[in-house]
Design a binder for this molecule. Structure first.
Ligand code: DX5
Ligand code: ZN
Length: 228
């Protein structure tokens, strides 16, 4: 059983490489490599070609990745009907399941968080750059994590949108100490620093880790662990 790093973080911030930016010919060895280089969890981007204009990974990939690394899998559901997929991803071995408030809100979102908990996973709720934080009212207190998107979701390698940092600052103030605050999109060494200062404690990074030969050093620098 893989320990859930959102409940028992070994340290903060946590670094979550996004497998979307890995070499898809070698998914297993890519996951193992980032674990060996110091990653804390593995971020898995699920896209349905409807909620976002791209198609990516399904539960079979999550199940296969379980054999390649023991990193907790943080599954980011960018799909229009997350309620139809939580069970299959939980059964495949996901540790955390995040869905979007734009896809499921109000009492339905609270029910979905409860279902995710009943499936043995932690639950995250995400919001896109144009979505106001108020959309999370009444819902976020039930979640283990809030994921602030710092790009419009769909693709790896996009530019960070600094205007979302005000949402991170606001949310850090609203969330309890045991609720994680994740940021996703365009995170590199400079933007990681800004996100950490604003209060994020889980950093998703795709291109800046997987498309970089110096992965170990990059993970350390993203975490804010600079050489003395
Ligand atoms: C974007 C995804 C991200 C993406 C991050 O839609 O949710 O997780 O893979 O990639 P980078 O860090 O390259 O922006
Ligand atoms: Zn993501």
């Amino acid at each position: 059983m893989i320990d859930n790093v959102f409940i028992h973080p070994p340290h903060l911030p946590l670094i979550a490489p996004s497998i979307l930016a890995a070499d898809f010919c070698r998914l297993g060895s890519e996951a193992a490599d980032v674990q060996q280089k110091g990653a804390d969890l593995l971020h898995v981007d699920v896209m349905d070609g409807h909620f976002v204009p791209n198609l990516t990974l399904g539960p079979d990939i999550v199940q296969a990745l379980q054999r390649a690394s023991t990193l907790m899998q943080d599954v980011h559901l960018m799909v229009g009907n997350p309620e139809d997929f939580v069970e299959s991803f939980a059964k495949a071995g996901a540790g955390n399941l995040t869905f979007h408030i734009e896809a499921c809100n109000g009492s339905k979102a609270i029910d979905l968080i409860k279902r995710i908990h009943d499936l043995g996973c932690t639950a995250g709720i995400s919001l896109n750059p144009p979505t106001a934080v108020e959309s999370l009212n009444g819902v976020m207190k039930h979640a283990d994590m809030v994921l602030v998107m710092s790009v419009n979701p769909g693709f790896t390698g996009q530019a960070f949108m600094p205007e979302v940092l005000s949402k991170v600052r606001f949310l850090r103030h609203e969330l309890g100490p045991h609720q994680r605050l994740e940021i996703d999109g365009g995170i590199g060494i400079r933007t990681a620093h800004e996100a950490l200062e604003a209060g994020a404690d889980v950093l998703v990074a795709g291109a800046s880790i997987f498309r970089n030969p110096e992965r170990e050093q990059t993970i350390r620098l993203l975490r804010g662990d600079y050489p003395k």
